[in-house]
Structure formats: structure tokens, C-alpha cells
Design a protein around this ligand. Structure first.
Ligand SMILES: [Mg+2]
Length: 208
């Protein structure tokens, strides 16, 4: 029986090409600063590496994991992206999403499990006006670990006080958000943005 739903944040509860663009730009600027190179050069390095990693692994590798490969300390990267842009400038309240989550909240505990940092995650939830609906917001800062590391999922379940099989994980990146969760015995559900959540609600509330 599902007791807890763990939602990914970026690309799952919202989809914004502007935020994606700012996030990528922040990565270029952060690497340029770290390596003391021009931003254009940093951009080429990052995008070429992401392309290679995508070929190797068969799926797009997140910017954060790409930066880590260049020796970027995660804390420095988060500091840079927090100061580079504020997602609240690009996102607005999503009343439809709020209604769907409210429906789920009557039967399940809801939590966020994101690789994003706590500052950006709070800003995003605030902009979407859904921040009060989650029992927990797990970010990179919670366990200093990132999906697809299974520890992220295990720790989230532990703090929520449930077994892995009582968790449903909802996310947009199959290899990062969902496969490791499934390997732990969690249920998984793939969406490509908030529109996908309506179907999930229909499915869950009809069988629950
Ligand atoms: Mg995502």
C-alpha cells in the first residue's frame, strides 16, 4: 500500500524553458569562474561533455553531475546558481497543480525529493504556490547526496517513517529519478511535467 509520494521538482512539478536556460547559463558561469576561463569556453566544455556522457549512458546527464566531473564542489555550484538567478522571476502559481496535490494529500503524505538545493527549491515551491502541501522537502542539502544514488531515496523513506515499498516516486528522468527507486522496491511513475500529474491522480484515487 502506498503511503508516501515522493515528487521530483524540476521538470516534474513545473516545466520552464526560461528556468532551464538560466540553470544552464549559471553552470557555464560557475565553471568559467572555477577554471578562470571565458564563459563561451566553459559552455563548450560542458555541452561537449554532456553530449559524450549522453552517448555513453544513453540518457542526458544533469548539469550538476556534469560539473562535478569537472571538479566543481557541489556547495560552490549551488552558491553560484542561487546568486545567478531567482526562479520566482520566471514561474507563477499553478492552481490546477495545487488542486491535484490537495486531492492526493487527503490520502497520502507528500514530499519533494530533488537534487536541487534548498534555497532554489523553496523559491520554486513558493512561486508555484504549493509549498504548504508537502510534509517534507528533501533537497541536496538534506543528505548531501544526489539521485540516482539510492541513498537519496532510502533516506527520504527513512525520515518519512515508511518502507520503500510504501513509496511512490514521481519524476521526469527515468534513469535518475525512477530506476534507482524501482530497484529499492518503490513504485514509480514517469511524467513529463505537471500535466502528467492529473493522470496519476485519476489512477491513484480510483484504486486507492
Ligand atoms: Mg527533474
Amino acid at each position: 500500500m502506498i503511503k508516501v509520494i515522493l515528487f521530483d521538482l524540476d521538470g516534474t512539478l513545473y516545466n520552464s524553458s526560461e528556468v532551464r536556460k538560466k540553470f544552464a547559463e549559471a553552470a557555464y558561469h560557475a565553471l568559467a569562474k572555477l577554471k578562470k576561463i571565458p564563459v563561451d569556453k566553459a559552455k563548450t566544455m560542458i555541452e561537449e561533455t554532456r553530449e559524450k556522457l549522453k552517448e555513453k549512458h544513453g540518457f542526458p546527464v544533469p548539469y550538476t553531475l556534469t560539473l562535478v566531473r569537472f571538479g566543481m564542489p557541489v556547495e560552490i555550484w549551488h552558491k553560484e546558481n542561487i546568486s545567478y538567478f531567482d526562479p520566482r522571476d520566471y514561474l507563477s502559481a499553478n492552481g490546477e497543480l495545487r488542486k491535484l496535490l490537495q486531492g492526493l494529500k487527503k490520502r497520502f503524505k507528500l514530499a519533494i525529493l530533488t537534487n536541487n538545493n534548498e534555497v532554489q527549491a523553496e523559491r520554486i515551491l513558493q512561486a508555484l504556490k504549493v509549498q504548504d502541501l508537502f510534509d517534507h522537502v528533501f533537497t541536496y542539502n538534506s543528505f548531501r547526496t544526489m539521485k540516482p544514488n539510492p541513498k537519496s531515496f532510502q533516506e527520504a523513506a527513512r525520515v518519512m517513517g515508511v518502507a520503500p515499498k510504501e513509496c511512490l516516486v514521481v519524476g521526469d528522468r527515468y534513469n535518475v529519478d525512477l530506476i534507482p527507486a524501482q530497484d529499492l522496491g518503490m513504485k514509480i511513475y514517469e511524467v513529463k511535467g505537471p500535466e502528467g500529474i492529473e493522470k496519476l491522480v485519476t489512477a491513484l484515487l480510483s484504486v486507492a
